[in-house]
Ligand binder design. Structure first.
Ligand SMILES: Cc1cc(C)[n+](CCc2c[nH]cn2)c(C)c1
Ligand SMILES: [Zn+2]
Length: 261
């Protein structure tokens, strides 16, 4: 039988020494998106994405993923519309992926895993003065999730992949000063949305999730490039950075809405 996530000791997974669900958590992430249970909401607006590629700052390996961080001191890179009441500022994006192509995404669709998932993290700079404060508020963050599937080479992703050897070890950082992450977002406007949480500590229930229905295609070499990163610092015993995703969490009293019929 194919090894699925639930057969692995997720609870013992090195990344998850912290509790897998927070006490009293009623809107934890990730979840399985059951397509037929999602509810079309005609009042959902199209998501408006306006990124300025010159707000890109650096790439760094923080020991659980590699993050591309942006200058969020002004409203130069923002999203608005969709399920959102306010405009949200882009702070960073990162990925989650598996050791093999059978799993790696955080969310699943009809219990299907993708080999990787992109998260573009935005914060509500209209309502809150800092990202750190927004992280603690129910409407503080908006994360766009994009599934990666194995297929053709992705030109836009390659510029990122080419930089990864320079951030192989935990706590390494390189300047990365022009990149437009909208090249990683499918042009199809369809998405699901639900109220959830961060999927790593502090696991705060502050995220409006916007999960794109269509995946982007990347090739095997590009996925392998993610897997050659390390959780460990230079000089430590090497641990490959793989399986950096959280196990699925209970849906509880939530409805997943779709922007499409
Ligand atoms: C303060 C803070 C800490 C962390 C690990 N994150 C990332 C958590 C995360 C990654 N993917 C989904 N949630 C955020 C967004 C904010
Ligand atoms: Zn993430």
């Amino acid at each position: 039988a194919t090894c699925t996530r639930k057969n692995r000791n997720d609870a013992l997974h090195p990344l998850w020494q912290s509790p897998l669900t927070i006490p009293g958590g009623t809107r934890q992430s990730p979840i399985n998106i059951q397509w037929r249970d999602s509810v079309y909401d005609p009042f959902l607006k199209p998501l408006k994405i306006s990124y300025d590629p010159t707000t890109c700052l650096h790439i760094w390996n923080n020991g659980y993923s590699f993050l591309v961080e942006f200058d969020d001191s002004t409203d130069r890179s923002t999203i608005v519309g969709g399920p959102l009441e306010n405009q949200y500022r882009l702070k960073q994006f990162h990925f989650h992926w598996g050791a093999i192509n059978e799993w790696g995404s955080e969310h699943t669709v009809d219990s299907k895993f993708y080999p990787a998932e992109l998260h573009l993290v935005h914060w509500n700079a209209v309502a809150y003065p800092t990202f750190e404060e927004a992280v603690m508020e129910g409407n503080g963050l908006a994360v766009i999730g994009v599934f990666l599937k194995l297929g053709t080479h992705h030109e836009g992703l390659q510029t990122l992949v080419d930089a990864l050897p320079a951030v192989k070890h935990k706590d390494t950082i390189i300047e990365f000063d022009v990149f437009d992450p909208s090249c990683l977002i499918p042009s199809c406007p369809d998405y699901w949305t639900y109220a959830g949480s961060l999927t790593t500590p502090p696991l705060t229930e502050s995220v409006t999730w916007i999960i794109k229905k269509k995946p982007i295609e990347v090739d095997e070499n590009q996925l392998e490039a993610f897997r050659m990163l390390l959780f460990t610092s230079d000089g430590e015993e090497e641990k490959r950075m793989v399986d950096n995703f959280r196990p699925l969490q209970p849906l509880m009293n939530r409805t997943v809405r779709s922007s499409f019929q």
